[in-house]
Design a protein around this ligand. Structure first.
Ligand code: NAD
Length: 541
């Protein structure tokens, strides 16, 4: 580790997750109402595309709207098309020459400055999240908190990575293992954690010395544009992050396929992740490397409710996991697998609990909000029709008319077969399938019977059952006697098995390795210094 990196790391407080805001506190409530009013006055503005520090306009525009009242425009954005990919990648390529040589200390400090600004403007970011993607106040705060956590965590991890120990020193040599940046990357986030995941993937890439083309989701470009403003405010050099809102199939696929894009950090659906994986695998003319893909995809997450569990906790955990942010989390519980002995009691309690969920405008802090878009709304409604033929409706089952918003009632369908479509396919909305199981063996078999493997939970009072689930429940993030949503940076490194992705473990100690390549430099004692050798090599990347 360089002395400066060691000194900075030593001077920082240990990483600690950002505390959640308590909205029962009158001061916090007032601050959120004020932020909604202030940000509400800034809606509908036009944002630029930013390439190499230049602000650009395109003929085509992307209009982002409030899913709770689609007549309200949140932001108007430039629409990057495939032909803009070349300039964006070129700007990132040019910036890489300088940024890859900026000491890690400066890169880490930059993340910490951004983190401080996000914290300072926390309520405003919450308000943007409420307006653009329909998060209630606590969900918005969790997204902002996770953003701060990613920035703080990756700043520290980058400093640690700089000081990684070389396992063996050969006699007569000085041996050094370094992790160097990859090059230009494409960062392609989803809309559902439009601040945390977007900022997290971007921060991880740049703190390691890479430069990126950031293509936010067309459903949430304004939040990304507001984040981009912070990067500019703290003095990120031009071209390190190139902000290019665009459609996936046009601009997105063009940057993925570009021969100079060395890696793709993607979070989104299985279908798109696989498409990116396939495109990235095909070497293009002029391409001199194998592209790396970091792909975090969908889920069909299950909670097992064993007969010996605390039933009230299980009901609460299932309801919160299934209907928090209207089921639009990759970690959301969409299957409850319930022991036959407690099945009827569980269903009765769950029905009563779900009946308490109030649906309305997230700006007014209703627990249940809209789904993100008309497309999502139509998809969820079509699954409700399928659901009616695959089980018995316990709650919901229909749209809710309000301000033209994309509201769907929290829906619970019981007596669903494990292989039913609503028990196998990711719906990404407030729809829960309840499945009966007759043993823990069968419950685990059902839990593992989808192509996904992202999160899961089990409620049981038995140590042996919990231990067994720890071994046999095939998911990247397993929770025992708690809900399956709400992963915390550092405590629950996040990423899934199977078709849920490459298990990249965002917020974990290995994550930054994905954005680097290891380089071993062996120096015969008496030759050029290790530092000089490393610098010469870096020039040639
Ligand atoms: P999506 O796959 O539709 O889009 C994700 C991103 O990919 C967007 O920016 C989109 O514009 C872009 N894209 C679309 N087609 C593309 C293409 N052909 N080439 C390049 N880019 C393209 O997903 P979404 O609707 O934004 O998000 C919801 C999905 O994300 C769900 O499946 C959810 O489970 C998943 N998700 C996973 C995680 C995780 O950590 N595993 C976290 C959040 C969301």
């Amino acid at each position: 580790m360089t002395t400066a990196a060691a000194a900075l790391l030593a001077s920082l407080p240990s990483f600690k997750n950002e505390e959640f805001l308590d909205f029962t506190d009158a001061a916090n409530r007032r601050a959120m109402e004020e932020a909604l009013a202030t940000v509400g006055g800034r809606l509908g503005r036009e944002y630029d595309m930013v390439v190499g520090g230049r602000r650009l306009k395109t003929d085509g525009k992307i209009t982002s709207v409030n899913p709770a009242r689609p007549a309200q425009v949140i932001g108007v954005h430039q629409r990057a098309e495939a032909e803009h990919a070349e300039a964006a990648v070129e700007a990132a390529r040019v910036a890489f020459a300088g940024w890859s040589r900026v000491p890690v200390v400066e890169r880490a400090e930059l993340l910490l400055k951004v983190s401080a600004l996000v914290r300072e403007r926390k309520f405003a970011f919450c308000a943007w999240l409420t307006f653009e993607v329909g998060k209630n106040w606590a969900e918005a705060d969790a997204d902002v908190g996770e953003t701060i956590d990613f920035l703080e965590f990756y700043a520290r991890e980058a400093l640690k990575l700089d000081g990684v120990a070389t396992p063996i020193q050969m006699p007569g040599e000085r041996n050094r293992l370094r992790y160097v940046p990859l090059g230009v990357g494409a960062v392609i986030p989803p809309w559902n954690f439009p601040l945390a995941i977007m900022a997290g993937m971007t921060a991880a890439a740049i703190v390691c010395g890479n430069t990126v083309v950031l293509k936010p989701s067309v459903d949430a470009p304004t939040i990304a544009a507001e984040f981009m403003k912070l990067l500019e405010e703290v003095g990120l050099p031009d071209g390190v992050v190139n902000f290019c809102p665009g459609e996936g199939p046009g601009f997105g696929s063009a940057i993925v396929a570009h021969p100079e894009v060395r890696f793709i950090a993607f979070t989104g659906s299985k279908a798109v992740g696989l498409e990116i994986h396939e495109s990235a695998a095909k070497a293009k003319p002029g391409q001199i490397f194998i592209k790396r893909t970091i792909l975090e995809m969908g889920g069909k997450d299950a909670i097992i409710v064993a007969a010996d569990c605390d039933l009230d906790s299980a009901v609460e955990g299932v309801a919160a996991s299934a209907f928090g942010f209207s089921g639009q989390k990759c970690s959301a519980c969409s299957r409850a697998i319930v022991a036959a002995e407690v099945y009827d009691a569980f269903c009765e309690k769950l029905q009563a609990r779900v009946d308490t969920i109030k649906v309305g405008d997230p700006a007014d802090n209703f627990y249940g909000g809209p789904v993100i878009s008309d497309k999502a709304y139509q998809r969820v409604l079509s699954y409700l029709e399928i659901a009616k033929g695959e089980g018995r409706l316990l709650n919901g089952g229909s749209a809710i008319e309000k301000d033209g918003g994309y509201y769907v009632a929290p829906t619970v369908v019981v007596d669903v077969a494990p292989n039913a479509r609503i028990a196998q396919e990711e719906i990404f909305g407030p729809v829960l399938a309840v499945i009966k199981s007759t043993s823990i063996d069968q419950a685990l078999q059902i839990a593992n019977s989808t192509e996904y493997g992202l999160t899961g939970a089990i409620y049981s009072g038995s140590r042996a059952t919990l231990d067994r689930a720890s071994e046999e429940f095939q998911v990247g993030n397993l929770y025992l006697n708690r809900k399956c949503t709400g992963a915390m940076v550092g405590a629950h490194p996040f990423g899934g098995f199977n078709m849920s992705g490459t298990d990249s473990k965002a917020g974990g100690p290995d994550y930054l390795l994905l954005f680097t390549q290891g380089k071993s430099v062996a120096e015969k004692v008496g030759g050029a210094t290790v530092k000089e050798a490393m610098e010469e090599e870096l020039m040639g990347i």
